[in-house]
Ligand binder design. Structure first.
Ligand SMILES: Cc1cc2nc3c(=O)[nH]c(=O)nc-3n(C[C@H](O)[C@H](O)[C@H](O)COP(=O)(O)O)c2cc1C
Length: 191
């Protein structure tokens, strides 16, 4: 088990990706630090009918600690605090843009800033379409800074038939790019 991962949920469509990803990493870290943006809470409620606490899997194996989005005293706001990295899932264009501009105006953007400066894994599961030039430039900037932009693009080439399988594909890709071993089958042609 690794020590701690920060998981940030922002107000983009696809709250189900956060829920599935957390299910997949449960037990892979001693602690999962969770931060949910204001609109992230709205989307969790609208799409899944849950509050942030509903993200914690039943019978959780990791410890889950929630931090308020404005709590800049949280440990994950500091580079001297040792944690593995961050996944922003789903990630809005707003949060991506603020990270790309170095605007650490809340705990989510600050935590991402910390991970990029400390060269720790930082994954941004964006969900927006179509993309403006501003979105594309922000994706480039974050990538150049060492982040991984992983658009929520379900695949249909592994025989996915259900929504759950399509969602699992995306959540599994996030697990893998974080350097953790995957959860679902992976690419049929490669494995
Ligand atoms: C129901 C709902 C769905 C949204 N979906 C998206 C989305 O898919 N992608 C996106 O970039 N913004 C989306 N937005 C807009 C963002 O939530 C909004 O820009 C917000 O200010 C982002 O703040 P945050 O990054 O702190 O969560 C959505 C908003 C709502 C209310």
């Amino acid at each position: 088990m690794k020590s701690k991962l920060a998981v940030c949920v922002t107000g983009a469509g696809g709250a189900v990706y956060a829920k599935k990803f957390i299910e997949f990493i449960d037990g892979k870290f001693d602690e999962i630090a969770l931060v949910v943006s204001r609109t992230g809470e709205v989307v969790l409620r609208e799409e899944l009918g849950i509050s942030p606490e509903g993200l914690i899997p039943a019978g959780a194996k990791s410890k889950y600690v929630f931090y308020h989005r404005d709590d800049m005293t949280a440990p994950i706001a500091s580079g001297s605090h040792d944690f593995y990295g961050v996944a922003v899932i789903p990630c809005t264009m707003g949060t991506l843009g603020r990270v790309a501009s170095g605007v650490s105006d809340n705990l989510i953007t600050r935590c991402c800033d910390v991970c990029l400066k400390e060269r720790r894994p930082a994954v941004f599961v964006t969900r927006e379409t179509p993309l403006s030039l501003i979105h594309l430039r922000n994706m480039t900037t974050v990538t150049e800074a060492g982040g991984i932009v992983l658009p929520a693009c379900p695949a249909f080439y592994n025989g996915e038939k259900t929504l759950d399988e399509a969602v699992s594909f995306v959540a599994d890709r996030v697990v893998r790019v974080l350097g953790l071993s995957g959860v679902v089958g992976g690419w049929k042609n490669n494995e």
